[in-house]
Design a protein around this ligand. Sequence first.
Ligand SMILES: Cc1cc2nc3c(=O)[nH]c(=O)nc-3n(C[C@H](O)[C@H](O)[C@H](O)COP(=O)(O)O)c2cc1C
Length: 415
Amino acid sequence: MIDVNAAAERSLTVIVGITGGIAAYKAVGVVRDLVKRGHEVHVVPTEGALRFVGLPTLEALSRNPVTTSVWDDVSEVRHVALGRRADLVVIAPATADSLARMAHGLASDLLGTTLLATEAPVVVAPAMHPQMWEHPATRANVVTLRERGVHLVGPVVGALTGDDAGIGRMAEPEDIVTAALAVLDRTSETRRGDLSGVRVVVSAGGTREPFDPVRFVGNRSSGRQGLAIAADAAARGAVVTVVAANVEAGLTAGIDATVVPVGSALELAEAVHAAAAEADVVVMTAAVADYRPAEVLAEKLKKDAQGERMTLELVRNPDVLADLVAARRSGQVIVGFAAETEPDRDARVELGRAKIARKPADLLVVNHVGWTAGFEREENAIEVLVPGGAVVRETSGTKAEVATAVLDLVATALT
Ligand SMILES: Cc1cc2nc3c(=O)[nH]c(=O)nc-3n(C[C@H](O)[C@H](O)[C@H](O)COP(=O)(O)O)c2cc1C
């Protein structure tokens, strides 16, 4: 079973913000520690920070490019990309100035914009002279940040720059890392158990529609997104059934779920409807063929019997999502997935709106697929719509992260 509650054990994407205090050199220890623990680290320093610690050091240690400005790599829209990908943001050291900017939501550099673009937990390790720390302006900023859910580590009492001592010294790097990972565990803890006892059916994979004993019409869905949802649901306490259409056996191993293997759309429809009769939640992640060959031959189709062109007659398959929605029991939550090749986000959302208008599932997850997107990939990008067409969530990241985002919405829909 995959444990979502082991931040220290799973690989995270962590943004380490470094601001311009003398303790910036110690932030190198935070970066090293996180990288050593197997996490992917993106360092976002301020201009001030780079007066204290060199950019090449940060790039070499984090193994990722480092920049301070929103004007670098504009095509990537770096602050949004980083903010979305982050599991955790750690700012060490956090200067008085940076706390003030955060409290006011200023977005004048890459760090400020990234902080506004992220939903990840934010942990700050302030470091400054005691008078600066005790100043009413700093105190008020800290109160604002705490009220907003920002976590603080330190500052601690100790030796400061020069001969000074007192409150204001940055916590030690290893203490910052430990505290930050613990924050993430606590955040996961609030999710853990939120689907306790909830019966969840997830369809995963892609159907194969045979036309003779050895051939089929199929699609490229690997089942990874559905399995990530199943794993996360199980980790949150749900009783999970996976209807797995042609999913590699190795992928379902280790997931705490009943797995029902199916091949074709008709088999999938039968298995999903049977499981849905007892389910509180049905998540239709599988790529189900809209059509199947009208005839399935008993013997292999011979090339010699065909000309230069061959026509395969197809007939419509049942629309499993529409049928589930029509048969929905009171309180049952139905989640549809719509794989769309449309690259333009707004146009894709419009396609989703049309689909949820036709089939009013409780949530419709639109995901971008294509030759190089969605299928067979470790990452996914989604927009989630509700009846009426509003986009209630938009995210991209690993399929595990997308699964968590979808199940957060399911948990809310159930309450
Ligand atoms: C040598 C030196 C050390 C500094 N140390 C600190 C510090 O520990 N904490 C702090 O809040 N500001 C410190 N400052 C002041 C900040 O660098 C200054 O407020 C700057 O605007 C912070 O910018 P930033 O938050 O964008 O990095 C120091 C400045 C200098 C020149």
